[in-house]
Design a binder for this molecule. Structure first.
Ligand SMILES: C[S@@+](CC[C@H](N)C(=O)[O-])C[C@H]1O[C@@H](n2cnc3c(N)ncnc32)[C@H](O)[C@@H]1O
Length: 512
């Protein structure tokens, strides 16, 4: 891309050469433009990389302009990020100047900035710009910009196979994307023509660099050992480092943001609120039944579940705990993201605290004679607010659409069928487990029973498979996964909980 500063250097060299018949030296360009020699040198390097000129390093006047080359302006439409829709600029006013001889028929060519590492082995790197010819058909082996399910856009090598399209990345750490005929919408949005390299972002490709770059941008901490990888990060950032179709099962207990904290979770704020509420955990002060809350929740989880769907293997299950009054929003979010909703499971427990209360306090404040107040209070003797004592938590059971039949999907991915090797009485949608009393030992407000998590993991996975919890809290799902000989990936946004989870998981590995 030709920035103003580079254009200034190019114009200076061009005019100088036209006037005098020979090129300026680098110190002459620096003096003419009042810039440092090093800066000029860097601009010249970039101009050479972009095909505007050639630098003959051993000559004093070694800058050779490709005068005959005319330039064409190509619109830079947006950014292409692996696994996300194309981010188109609102008004694509930016154009890039490219030597015309690099792209015959430039009329239907557009440019996109690349974000991600999935094509590094083809030397297409993060921050490079690709030139794409707008067309809707391609031949096997061509690199295409593909749109899947009207949502995910990706740059991959295209292969049309018997029952499917295979989109092959050029990075051994990434799996191919398989699109079965008729299962998903698929469209080619253009065919790759050329790449304009962003020199700074393209050092030699090493496995370390790929690992470092793909581990996301805002991951505050990451710990990996034997069967565990845990990230201290906002899940939406950390998801970027998990490969597509790589996880066997998602089991999570997400935040519901019930207390007007929007999409934020803060342990300190929660505790403060719950203390003020009179020790009723999970019912913060001033909780309002505002329908906007549910809508916001659905919006947030649609984003989260889009990523969850991407990383799950086809046919893989996701279970998510939920609040009775917000279950529908969570289910909608999963459906918006492309999951199939299979069921509602029930965690039946020993019961929570009753939250219904009488209206006496409000009646006493009414500006009416005392005897009328007494009458009203008497008439409402057995009336309370509509909150029956909770005895269960709803669990959403969703799964990623499978590829082919149950058997075909199982043979390819080992997902989609459940384990039923339990007594018949236990093969129901209701799972009865006591609430954990380990809250005193583990400082987390919403810890789940480990034996319940173990049972869910047994039902939905096989030994050695990977269990993933994007909201891991104190790591209960992880400990259950390790106990059942599974691998675990977890994300947590609060440093304190991340530390608790790390300790619990390490302790388990030490003591078994
Ligand atoms: C309901 S708790 C999970 C508790 C867990 N089941 C346990 O047994 O400890 C939800 C967790 O999600 C974390 N969280 C909230 N927002 C997050 C985000 N955007 N990314 C990652 N973690 C988040 C919270 O800090 C909290 O620990």
């Amino acid at each position: 891309m030709l920035t103003d500063k580079k254009k200034e250097v190019l114009d200076f060299v061009t005019k100088y050469a036209r006037r005098r018949g020979y090129s300026p030296s680098i110190p002459e360009i620096a003096a003419g433009l009042k810039r440092a020699v090093g800066t000029v040198h860097e601009h010249l390097q970039n101009l050479e990389d972009a095909g505007y000129l050639q630098l003959n390093k051993n000559q004093r006047r070694g800058v050779q302009i490709f005068e005959a080359t005319s330039m064409v302006q190509i619109p830079l439409l947006g950014t292409i990020v692996a696994g996300q829709p194309l981010t188109l600029f609102d008004t694509p006013t930016e154009t890039i100047a490219v030597p015309a001889n690099r792209i015959p028929n430039a009329g239907n060519v557009y440019a996109l900035r690349v974000q991600g590492e999935s094509m590094v082995e083809e030397n297409i790197n993060d921050s490079d710009i690709i030139l794409v010819r707008h067309q809707s058909v391609a031949e096997n082996g061509q690199k295409v910009v593909a749109l899947i399910d009207n949502y995910d856009t990706t740059l991959k090598t295209y292969y049309k196979e018997r029952n499917q399209i295979r989109l092959q990345p050029a990075n051994k750490n990434f799996e191919p994307i398989i699109v079965k005929w008729g299962k998903k919408d698929f469209a080619i949005q253009g065919v790759f023509v050329d790449v304009i390299r962003n020199k700074k972002s393209a050092p030699a490709i090493t496995p370390e660099r790929v690992a470092e770059k793909t581990s996301g941008k805002k991951i505050v901490d990451k710990k990996t050992w034997r069967n565990v990888s845990i990230y201290l990060a906002d899940c939406l950032d950390a998801f970027k480092s998990i490969d597509t179709n790589s996880v066997d099962f998602i089991a999570t207990d997400p935040p519901y943001f019930l207390d007007g904290m929007d999409n934020e979770w803060s342990d300190a704020k929660l505790k403060q609120k719950s203390a003020r509420a009179g020790a009723i955990q999970g019912l913060p002060v001033g909780m309002k039944f505002d329908p906007e809350q549910g809508k916001k929740l659905e919006k947030f989880f649609t984003k989260v579940f889009h990523e969850a769907l991407r990383v799950l293997k086809p046919g893989g299950f996701m279970i998510s705990f939920s609040q009775g009054r917000l279950f529908h929003r969570l289910a909608l979010a999963a459906e918006n993201a492309g999951f199939e909703i299979r069921d509602m499971l029930i965690w039946e427990h020993n019961g929570g605290q009753g939250k219904a209360f009488t209206q006496n306090h409000f009646v006493k404040k009414m500006k009416i004679p005392a005897h009328e107040k007494e009458q009203i209070i008497k008439s409402l003797e057995n009336r309370k607010t509509p909150q029956l004592r909770p005895k269960f938590e709803a669990i959403l059971l969703a799964h990623k659409p499978k590829e082919g039949t149950f058997v075909e999907n199982w043979l390819t991915w080992r997902t989609g069928l459940i384990q039923t090797d339990f007594p018949e009485s236990q093969q129901t949608t209701v799972l009865n487990y006591k609430k954990p009393n380990s809250r005193k030992l583990i400082d987390h407000m919403t810890i789940k029973p480990i034996d319940l998590m173990e049972r869910l993991i047994e039902i939905f996975t096989s030994p050695k498979q990977t269990v993933f919890d994007p909201f891991m809290g104190s790591g209960t799902t992880g400990v259950a996964a390790l106990r059942k000989n599974r691998k675990f990936i977890g994300f947590e946004i609060e440093k304190k909980y991340f530390a608790i989870a790390e300790k619990r998981l390490k302790n388990y590995e030490k003591t078994g």
